[in-house]
Design a protein around this ligand. Structure first.
Ligand code: DC
Length: 226
């Protein structure tokens, strides 16, 4: 079984997908981590400007960078030139750049090939999450979920995740960053962020973590029994 979870930044996809995969004994695939590994390479090579934008002239080179994965604890961790980059891909600079490099189809093709190979090779099911899992990468997914949450709540979670104090000023700034990234991710030409027609919507604004996970696990179990 393939469970495809899509949605905007900070809607709770990664933590939820990880836990859903754990409960079902599936492999968790975080596609964003792969885009982030390409973005980290661009930042390290000095190909990204202050806003994280990468000029089209560097994209062919970037698409040849050695980005791979290692299966660890029921999920995958991104490798850049053979090394784990777990924390380095979570900086604000890399986050902005990931959104920019993911607009290029050469980079998307590289990421999609890795995801499809892993899903085909893994003997159990997979829970994959990102922006185009149910629409482009795994249109055949048995269960499609679209997770959303109000921007203010998403910003609050992001600040807490990074261990930053939640102040009104920070909430406004983080919320603006999230909305700007969503706008960029949903307006690009290549595989824009959008809900798959058959996806079930899970609005996590007022749901507890347990409620989010349970809704998806139960939907998967109902399908399995059908
Ligand atoms: O899910 P995330 O925040 O780690 O993703 C980082 C960026 O990567 C996001 O802004 C857009 C891009 N991305 C994408 O275009 N398609 C995906 N399937 C996953 C992520």
């Amino acid at each position: 079984m393939i469970i495809a979870i899509d949605g905007p930044a900070g809607s709770g996809k990664t933590t939820t997908a990880k836990e859903v995969a754990r409960r079902l004994g599936f492999l968790h695939l975080d596609s964003g981590a792969l885009y982030r590994a390409f973005a980290l390479a661009a930042c390290r090579k000095g190909w990204a400007d202050a806003e994280g934008a990468v000029d089209a002239q560097w994209i062919a080179g970037l698409a040849c960078v050695d980005v791979g994965v290692e299966v660890v604890d029921g999920g995958v961790t991104a490798l850049l030139e053979g090394s784990r980059v777990d924390d380095d891909i979570r900086t604000r600079e890399v986050t902005a750049c990931a959104s920019k490099v993911s607009a290029f189809s050469q980079i998307r093709d590289r990421v999609n090939a890795v995801l499809r190979r892993l899903a085909a090779e893994y003997p159990g099911g997979v829970v994959c999450e990102g922006r185009d899992m149910g629409t482009v990468v795994f249109p055949e997914a048995e269960l499609k979920v679209y997770m959303v949450a109000e921007p203010g709540e998403r910003a609050r979670r992001r600040l807490l995740q990074r261990g930053e104090a939640v102040t009104a000023e920070r909430l406004t700034a983080e919320s603006a960053r999230l909305v700007a990234r969503d706008t960029y991710d949903s307006q690009r030409e290549a595989s824009p962020l959008r809900k798959a027609d058959s996806a079930m919507i899970v609005d996590t604004t007022r749901l507890s973590f347990e409620e989010q996970v349970t809704q998806i696990v139960q939907a998967a179990q109902r399908l399995d029994r059908a």
